[in-house]
Design a protein around this ligand. Structure first.
Ligand SMILES: [Zn+2]
Length: 233
């Protein structure tokens, strides 16, 4: 099958599943998580940002960023797994992944190092880290993609940013950017992107980000773009 055809097939499959309602509702695809992945070259590592002692930002309705991140990461994992991709999740519950430390600061450092270790120990890893944006001014909205300084990351980030603008964020002029000051992104060896799915400080966008339907759309955009990226590498 040609690359274009393969991509077209994957896209149709995702759209088909989406339209048929399989992916709507509360994690309706759990059953597919048990599907054995096909033989694939890459393992997609899904990092739900923050968790446990570190809730991240707080949305305008009081919901923690770590919860949004986990809900979206679990959906993305289900979808990619269903499509036959090997995946690995940094966390699957509301927890931090630190292994040592007495104080909260020490535990947070251990948590970051542990995430890096989990990514770097994975053979042929491709990292997608899920986060939400937050700002003092509630006007701002739209997804933004950050990339690591590793091979392929910039291209994947651009493709994801373009995919968001052409689907969920029409008219957005946000551009993908190199990550700066994010420990995980600066210490991984593999291709990696950080997806800020939207702004928790924007009431309209926060309401969308809370809805299972919109979360699933987000995951369709991310999964379809990653599959296209992988089929061309
Ligand atoms: Zn975050």
């Amino acid at each position: 099958m040609g690359k274009g055809k393969k991509w077209g097939f994957a896209y149709l499959l995702i759209v088909g599943c989406f339209l048929s309602g399989i992916f709507l509702g509360n994690r309706a695809v759990t059953v597919f998580s048990e599907t054995q992945p096909m033989e694939r070259e890459h393992c997609i590592v899904i990092d739900a940002g923050h968790g446990g002692i570190d809730g991240g930002a707080t949305s305008c309705t009081g919901k923690l960023e770590s919860t949004f991140n986990l809900e979206i990461a679990l959906r993305l994992n289900d979808l990619l797994h269903f499509l036959g991709y090997e995946t690995k999740m940094i966390r699957t519950t509301d927890t931090s992944v630190y292994t040592k430390g007495e104080t909260i600061a020490q535990k947070k450092i251990s948590d970051l190092k542990e995430r890096v270790r989990m990514v770097n120990e994975t053979e042929n890893a491709l990292l997608v880290s899920i986060h939400q944006n937050n700002f003092s001014d509630g006007r701002y909205s739209g997804a933004q993609i950050f990339y690591a300084d590793t091979e392929g990351s910039q291209l994947l980030a651009k493709q994801l940013q373009d995919a968001f603008v052409s689907t969920l964020n029409p008219g957005s002029n946000r551009q993908s950017k190199q990550s700066s000051g994010v420990y995980l992104m600066e210490h991984i060896d593999c291709t990696g992107v950080l997806v800020e799915c939207g702004f928790l400080s924007n009431a309209q966008e926060e309401a969308k980000l809370r809805s299972p339907d919109y979360q699933q759309r987000l995951c369709c955009v991310i999964a379809a773009t990653m599959i296209r990226f992988l089929s061309n590498t």
